[in-house]
Write a new protein. Structure first.
Length: 173
């Protein structure tokens, strides 16, 4: 059975993660940056490919601000937290969805990402800070071309035809 101190630490860790998600939804970039340590091993490769990279809280916030700026609303919902606390560090896991909303002419106004997050946090004088962040995409759903739809552009999956299609002529008998 967990003692009261461990339960309190777990609650504070979950609060740090929730503040990160709520700060992102509110576009409160100061709050977002306060959830991270000075350097973060940042891994979104399940969505974007590439390699994990070491980023500052400012770099993360700037990237998210730019990437989310066109959206009318963003909503994260997280749960099923699993937290392991050690002396001055911890690992945390949760399931989460991120919903993006942008009204557009197609009426397909929503894009959702479903997956899980893995965090490593360190205890500091000012509370728990995330120093490793990994998103594991399970699946996307909805309008994956949300911003393009709002701009009236064709979806990214639409194949542009370089030549007009030839129609077959009926055989002459």
């Amino acid at each position: 059975m967990k003692d009261g101190h461990t339960l309190l630490e777990e609650a504070e860790i979950i609060d740090t993660i929730n503040r990160l998600f709520i700060g992102t939804d509110d576009r409160n970039w100061t709050q977002v940056k306060q959830c991270f340590s000075d350097k973060v091993l940042f891994d979104m490769t399940s969505m974007a490919g590439g390699e994990p990279s070491s980023l500052t809280p400012q770099q993360i916030a700037d990237s998210w601000e730019k990437g989310l700026q066109k959206l009318k609303a963003v909503h994260h919902q997280a749960g099923n937290y699993r937290v392991t606390v050690r002396d001055q560090d911890a690992d945390a896991f949760c399931y989460a969805t991120a919903t993006h909303y942008l009204p557009n002419p197609t009426k397909k106004n929503v894009r959702t990402f479903v997956g899980s997050y893995e965090f490593h946090l360190v205890g500091t004088q000012t509370g728990w800070k995330i120093d490793r962040f990994k998103f594991n995409l399970k699946y996307p759903d909805g309008n994956l071309d949300l911003e393009s739809s709002a701009e009236g552009k064709p979806p990214s999956w639409a194949k542009e035809e370089s030549e007009p299609q030839q129609t077959a002529k009926p055989a002459q008998t």
